[in-house]
Design a protein around this ligand. Structure first.
Ligand code: PLP
Length: 386
């Protein structure tokens, strides 16, 4: 099948696979006090530099984690704990309602620990309501957490403006950039972000590895797991050298071909949409009026349940609705509900992401497959057209 479910995970780059295999042949722990250990340590250090370089950070500001989920947990729970320990009397956390569950759920546990969590809604364009955000952020706010790009709509969020609002009252800013890093340029120093989350498998890297950027000038989060002293104790545990090497390679690759990838994604998306509209399939683009990640499109098929459409085309193409962990359940996506869509409309929306490895033929063929399937679902065989 044509793979267009790149919001869920991207294919691994061949260069990344090679880097992982090469590093796997080195049986050593980066903390070991011998030559082989030093080689493993050098691989980790190089990858840390590559990841830092991609986002304009210093290598010492990068902590490897098992993915963006862990980075989000570390930052939300760890910063809240650090504030309590340091006697910082701020107990308010402001998030958007379209955040990934790995931000929303840890924030929920902070409510149980006496923090007030405010959820800022989004407009139907997929961009958060900045007036509501500005009204919510005050001098009791410890942390504002808004993602860089949403994983269901691709909509980019106004991080620079969010930093401007938060910095006026001395609140820290975290951005879950699992979907954005490696796809669009981002410079943490220039933006003034305090914390940022990265995921390997969303940028043609391996699963099971990611990173947290923790600015040297921000409050250092308390660890959420305890053990050895690796990574300055913020994230103890033996560094998984092979997949760290993979993440570093993915970061280097993404940095060197970012414009190329973005132009390719945009070209394919436009070809797909042109083809789809020429086939008269009556679909609506949800994110028509917002800036989105290149290569992405979020579509509404009026009168059709998106999951039925996805099932009917699954032998020819792989697409999905909502976040991967919601698929299979009938609960409509919290992101689409957070944008103000009702349950029925939310269930008619799905997303597509043309990656670095999709071809022009994929774009044309997938439009054709979808248009045909939509036609069948609207007018099942044997039923007269209205
Ligand atoms: N944040 C966003 C926006 C995501 O899209 C995802 C992936 O689904 C995650 C966090 C979780 O990332 P990981 O799979 O690396 O834990």
């Amino acid at each position: 099948p044509i793979y267009l479910d790149n919001f869920s995970t991207t294919p691994i780059a061949p260069e990344v696979a090679k880097a992982i295999i090469d590093a796997w042949s080195l049986p050593s722990n980066a903390s070991s006090p011998h030559t082989m250990g030093a080689r493993a340590e050098a691989i980790v250090a190089e990858a840390r530099g590559d990841v830092a370089n991609l986002i304009g950070a210093a290598p010492s500001e990068i902590v490897f984690t098992s993915g963006a989920t862990e980075a989000n947990n570390l930052i939300l729970l760890g910063v809240a704990e650090a504030a309590v320990v340091a006697g910082i009397n701020r107990r308010k956390i402001v998030l958007s309602s379209i955040e990934h569950k790995s931000v929303l759920v840890p924030a929920g546990t902070l409510e149980d620990r006496g923090f007030e969590v405010i959820l800022v809604p989004a407009h139907d364009t997929g961009v958060i309501d900045m007036r509501a955000l500005a009204a919510a952020v005050d001098d009791r706010t410890l942390l504002v957490s808004v993602m860089g790009a949403n994983n269901e709509t691709g909509a980019l969020q106004p991080i620079r403006e969010i930093v401007a609002i938060a910095s006026k009252v001395g609140a820290y800013v975290h951005s879950d950039c699992a979907q954005l890093v490696g796809k669009l340029p981002i410079d943490v120093l220039d933006l003034g972000i305090d914390y940022l989350s990265i995921s390997g498998h969303k940028m043609y890297g391996p699963m099971g590895i990611g990173a947290a950027f923790i600015s040297a000038s921000a409050l250092k989060p308390k660890a959420i797991a305890f053990g050895g002293g690796q990574q300055a104790g913020v994230r103890p545990g033996t560094e998984p050298v092979p997949i760290i090497a993979g993440l570093g390679t993915a970061a280097r690759l993404a940095g060197s071909r970012m414009e190329l990838d973005a132009a390719h994604g945009t070209l394919l998306r436009n070809m797909f949409l042109d083809e789809l509209s020429s086939l008269n399939s009556d679909v609506e683009i949800i994110t028509q009026n917002s800036e989105t990640l290149p290569g992405t499109v979020c579509l509404k098929v009026n009168g059709i349940i998106a999951d039925d459409l996805i099932e009917s085309v699954q032998r020819q193409m792989s697409i999905s609705t909502g976040s991967a962990c919601n698929s299979g359940q009938v609960i409509p996506s919290h992101v689409l509900m957070g944008m103000g869509f009702g349950q029925v409309v939310a269930r008619s929306i799905f997303r597509i992401y043309f990656s670095r490895y999709n071809s022009k033929q994929d774009a044309i063929e997938s439009a054709f497959i979808l248009a045909k399937a939509i036609g069948h679902l609207r007018h099942p065989a044997g039923q007269p057209r209205q």
